[in-house]
Structures are given as structure tokens and as C-alpha cells.
Design a protein around this ligand. Sequence first.
Ligand code: PHE
Ligand code: FE
Length: 297
Amino acid sequence: MQTSTPRKVEHQQTDRGYIPVYATGVVEQPWADYSRTDHEVWDTLFKRQRELLPGRACREFLEGVERFGLGDGGIPRFAELNKVLGRATGWELVAVEGLLPDEVFFDHLANRRFPVTWWIRKPEQLDYLSEPDLFHDLFGHVPLLLNPVFADYMQAYGRGGMKAFAIDREALTNLTRLYWYTVEFGLIHTDEGMRIYGAGIVSSKGESIYCLDSPAPNRIGFDLERVMSTRYRIDTYQQTYFVIDSFEQLFEATRPDFTPIYARLKAQPAHAAADVLAGDRVFNRGTREGFAVGGDA
Ligand code: PHE
Ligand code: FE
């Protein structure tokens, strides 16, 4: 895989100030510009999840949080985290303004760079905001990058993304569903019980409780093609969670060339987010209580 060095384009006036923007979307983390309120929002969210997640999040995630010292007080400096991360798995955090074009995002992952939105939500958005912010990206995604197997999975995903991007829109849709149901909303079945590893869950107080405690959603064993053909919710908690047995299982299941799989999936209709199918390994068949009707992404 070719490497691309962040290329500095120019300084740009953005909503959030005057910032150097690179072709890769990378900016300097403007650490000195965080307000007292910004640091307090981080501390509040951190404390809330740190208390909630033992016994809910998987061991690898909780270990990562501690190793990074994410709760040392105030918004962490990416440069400091990168010392730990680089030594552990060779990943690097880069600061970005927000969501990137697919191909730019894939290129970062393929080169073991994880883009982290540098700005944090407002105090009135503690429970929900519609786009990823610093808390989601950093607290949610980064701890597991210390795990060697998960770190390799993320890079493989980036490479797979470049490939899917060159195939067609449908291949990309299939691959996006895989990201959604693993990296963002994945559960893992461990010896100690069902645990969370998905970033979209661990960064949300409500969903950290709901995904394990509510009888409403389905919890179904991970199956690659099943996941890639299942639509998902972007506006509510998930109606189905897919459960892996280990990060090794996830890595091995996604190792084969997806090209023939994309071709096969083209011929089949997608499943609704709430569906349970005949071949599913069902951990929990959801009661569907409170489910929104229609509106899957
Ligand atoms: N093996 C996949 C392919 O050939 C790439 C991939 C790996 C995708 C891991 C997602 C996760 O396209
Ligand atoms: Fe995310």
C-alpha cells in the first residue's frame, strides 16, 4: 500500500477559526484553543462512561482507556497519545475537522492513521449529537487501536475500502454495513458474558445500557455476508447487534477477497435492520418493543 504524506494546502478560515488544512483533511490539534467548558465536557463524559462501562465494555477496551490515561483530566493532547500508540501498534492519531470523503478516510486507515475530530460537543449535547465529535472519535475508537489484532483489522478495513471504492457504490454500501455493525456497534461474547466493543456504543451512555439490558433488539452471531446485507439505523439505537466471539474471528472472517462476495450480494435484496433470519445464531430474539417502523439506512 502506498503511503501518502499529509500535504499542506493552505490556511483556511473555518467555522472554528483560522486553521491549516491539508489535502488529507489533517489539521493541527488546536489544543491551546480549547475552552474551560470544552475540558469540562470531556471530563464529564469521561467520568460518566468510566463508571458505567466496567462489566459492560470488553476488557481490551477498558485496558486501552487506562493505558492512554484518557481520564487524567482535560482533553488529551494527541501528540502525547501518539507516543503510546506508536510504540504499541504503529498507529497515529491525526486531527481533522470532521467527516472525510470515503477515499480519504480509507487512505488514512490503510496507512494506520486514525482521523479524530478535534472539536468537542457543547454541554447541552452530552447525550446525543448527529455527527462524530472528539469524544466519540477519541474515547470511542482509539482505546482498541492498542490491541494488535483490532489494529490490524482497522488497517485491513482501510485497504478493503480503497478496493470497494474502485468497484462500485454497492460494494461500498456492503463494506459500510460491516464497519457499522462491527467497529461502531459491535458486541463480543466473552467468557465473562456479553460485552461491548463498538465505538458508537461506548461513547453513548444510553446505548451502553440499551444494547445489553434491553429485550427489544436482536443479538445475533456475526456472519460476514449476513452483516454486509443488513441495513442499519442512523437515527435510533440499533435494532440488531451482531456478536463476535473474538477479534481473531473478526479478522479471519474478513481476510478473504470480498470481490466475489460483493458480486453475490448484488443479486440479493438487503435485510431490514430488525429482521431475524432462519440461519441466524440467535443470542437474543428481540421483542421489537418501541421499534421505529421503516427508515433504515
Ligand atoms: N478482505 C477484504 C477484501 O478483500 C478487505 C477487508 C478486510 C475488508 C477487513 C474489511 C475488513 O476486500
Ligand atoms: Fe465512529
